[in-house]
Ligand binder design. Sequence first.
Ligand SMILES: Nc1ncnc2c1ncn2[C@@H]1O[C@H](COP(=O)(O)OP(=O)(O)OP(=O)(O)O)[C@@H](O)[C@H]1O
Ligand SMILES: [Mg+2]
Length: 630
Amino acid sequence: MNDPVLTYGREDGDATGAWTKHMRTMERTGVRTMARQLPGLLRLSWSLAWEADRTGLIALVAVRVLSGLLEAAGLLAVAGALTGLLAEGPTPQRLHAALPALVLVVGAGTTRTGLSLVENLLRSRFGPRIDRVCTVRLLQLATRTSVMAFDDPRFVDDLEAAERGAAGGRQLVDNAMDVFTAAVRMIAAGSVLGVLHPVLVPLLVLSIVPDGWATARSARLRYTSWLSRIRQVRRQYMLAHHMSERECAAEIRSFGLGAFLLDEYTRLARDLEDEQLRVGRGQARYRLIGESVAGLALGATYATLVLLLDHGVMPLAAAGTAVLAIRTGRGALETALSSLTEAYENFLYFAEYRSWTEEAAQRIPAPRSTKAPTDPDVIRVENATYTYPHTDTVALRGVSVELRRGQVVAFVGMNGSGKSTLAKILAGLYVPDSGTVRWDEVDLAGVDPDSVRDRVGLIPQSYTRWPMSARMNIAVGRVDRLAADGPDSVVPAAVATGADEVVDRLPHGYDTSLARQYNSGHDLSGGQWQRIACARAVYRDAPFLIADEPSAALDARAEQALFDLIGELGRDRIVLLITHRLASVRGADRIYVLDEGVVVEEGTHLDLMARLGIYYDLFTIQARQFVDAD
Ligand SMILES: Nc1ncnc2c1ncn2[C@@H]1O[C@H](COP(=O)(O)OP(=O)(O)OP(=O)(O)O)[C@@H](O)[C@H]1O
Ligand SMILES: [Mg+2]
């Protein structure tokens, strides 16, 4: 079976949107465009290198200029040596005449070798620094952008391309350096050739152009192919990841999924092989054309040299030097062109990085000077509407709720009714499309979002199992507090949530690693993890606690203890509880029932039972399960 729609589902409008963007990028990849973009490209790589390591950059440029000058001096010295050696007279005399020039040739060569060692050393410190600058910037943005951006599939898609593009930064700088070196060498060789005979210079350039054209076309072919394969590569990566992940190992075996996944992987891999073969063929074709034309031009250059020699316009020593200069110049020009085209390709990759970082920067909420109230008495949502990016389903429509300090408020309702979405709006993670969220009388629209989140302790419906120690898993929501209050400060939160019983059984207590993916890590059961997640929110000790399905995996005793704790915490803070265990919301001070993004009922347990509405139905269904069991 290899119907992608059947396996992966139909791709929506967003994917097409992202695609169009890539297609547009492809249109911009012509050779002429490349020439136009060159100054920008060089500027970008220079500023990157400058930011990463300015001392190294200056040293590298100095080394390369010096090496180029030595090359020119070496070539001229060759001319001197040849003139001495080919002059009339006895051999010892000729040797004597050529000696100073020969010493210069050897001296220049040795020094250049030494300089290339220094250059390699400088490069090895340079590259990793640029990698760091680019990656840190990417991750900084990835952790700072609004969480809403991550609901936008196009943004996530582009993030993946940007991650690949980040490596382009280092290569781009490397390429720019190569172009620079080659330019210095070319100027050196070109000047020597120009001194020997001016006609040789344009002929040399002509012999290189076709090669350059071929390399540019090949690079474009490879890049456009890469763009068109992104989706497939991602699927392949996703399949490989699932096949080798611990989380999926049991399901793969019990469902006998291995062969199906492997077949699918192989099919994708074969498709990619075919595509790579197509690219390889195209590149070979360009290369053949380029090299044939370049070969003819090089033939013409040497023919001119012979003619000049034959007509006595150029002495033999000069002709010998010219051959060397042509070789050097051609080598340098070739390096320059291939580095330029490589730079161009890396620039295209790096453009993905740049455009994502620019977009991500715009999605970082602007810092505002107004802070959220430190200890709000009342939080009100009025008429909030929210639709997830690029979807048609309205998750919330005109919702109004009120949460007060000293109360436990509960949200109940069926799956997909909008409870978690509303919780995220209350936590300052999502901004509603319309409507307001007020803390006391302060509208969150004008408040620094970090100050809102700082006052919220969240137990999310799907929490993270951090690959860190048990202690850190509890303290991760207030790392600053751990540093200030010491390692034992996590104990009360652990005791309150029953996480201490979990930790007591671990071989190194709070210092046990819970990174099961590494050798020494220990894993916990679902409920044990959930206790840790609850302890994390309690340790955060925020004035507003949001518990979204905090007890789904807990045993009955732990669940009861948690709801008691929530009731206790609700005495002096604002507590929001989202749960499907309706027996435990009976004690809530206010219950909101959501249905398809609308608050359909609200009141206390008794009010809602008296209404005989959705709450009554849901509650009696659950209650009956216990009664029937008697
Ligand atoms: N990240 C998302 N992107 C797009 N749509 C989403 C996203 N998360 C939720 N939705 C949609 O928004 C609606 C409300 O989802 P929400 O998670 O708020 O429901 P819920 O009441 O918390 O459900 P549950 O009881 O299953 O946790 C659903 O229709 C859901 O499909
Ligand atoms: Mg939910």
